[in-house]
Structures are given as C-alpha cells and as structure tokens.
Design a protein around this ligand. Structure first.
Ligand code: SF4
Length: 122
C-alpha cells in the first residue's frame, strides 16, 4: 500500500508542488525542481520542524508583553506543549534582546530568547 502527501516547497520562491509517496517504507519525492526541495519534502514527511515565535507576560515593563523566538527549529509536534510552557512564564523587566527566557524548552535543546529588549517602567 502507498501513502502519499502533497505539499508546497517553501525553500525558494518557485513554490514547486511536491508529492511524497511511501511504499513499503521507501520514500520517493516528485515535483521538486532541485535537490533542496527533495530534502525539504523528506524532512516535512518524516520530522517537520518549525521556528516558534510568541510573547510572554512582563512584570514592571514599559509594555505588558515581550516578544520571544526560538533560537532554532523545534519539532512541529512539540509546538503546542512549548506554547503552553511559554504562556505560564512571567519575566521581570528589564530584559535584553537575546536573553534566554526558557532554556531547553520541552527537552528540544532549543532555547526561547527575547527578540527585543524591554525597559523597566519608571
Ligand atoms: S524544489 Fe527547489 S526549485 Fe522548487 S521551490 Fe523547492 S527549492 Fe525552489
């Protein structure tokens, strides 16, 4: 039996329409205009990864929320768990851009860091 998945390549603006077929554990990619698209399709099929951006609550800051970003990609199936962890956090101002807000989020070896600085309210 063959399983198939269709996706659009996001590696370059060509946006090739890719198809991944799995037959008896063997994967085959069609529709890719180059090797990078094949690698993207195989990654998306076997272990999709995503960068994560969100906000955390700030105490005593000039703004109530601090934008944060992962310093690497995390598995797509860990996104919900990671967001729940982020929503529980409160940080105290001041914060510098790049400060680690959550280390090794959900055991992914990826840190969540501040994507801007935040001054304390006077
Ligand atoms: S398969 Fe290659 S040419 Fe097509 S969108 Fe992806 S990177 Fe671009």
């Amino acid at each position: 039996m063959t399983k198939e998945k269709e996706l659009v390549c996001i590696v370059c603006p060509e946006s090739c329409r890719l198809s991944v077929a799995e037959t008896d554990g063997v994967l085959a990619v069609e529709g890719n205009g180059c090797k990078r698209g094949e690698a993207h399709a195989l990654n998306e099929y076997t272990r999709p990864m995503r960068m994560l951006t969100s906000v955390v609550a700030v105490e005593s800051g000039v703004l109530p929320r601090l934008p944060v970003i992962s310093d690497g990609e995390i598995p797509k199936d860990k996104i919900d768990e990671a967001l729940r962890a982020i929503y529980k956090i409160r940080v105290a101002a001041p914060v510098l851009c790049g400060d680690v807000i959550i280390k090794n989020i959900c055991g992914t070896d990826v840190d969540i860091v501040a994507s801007r600085s935040m001054r304390a309210a006077i």
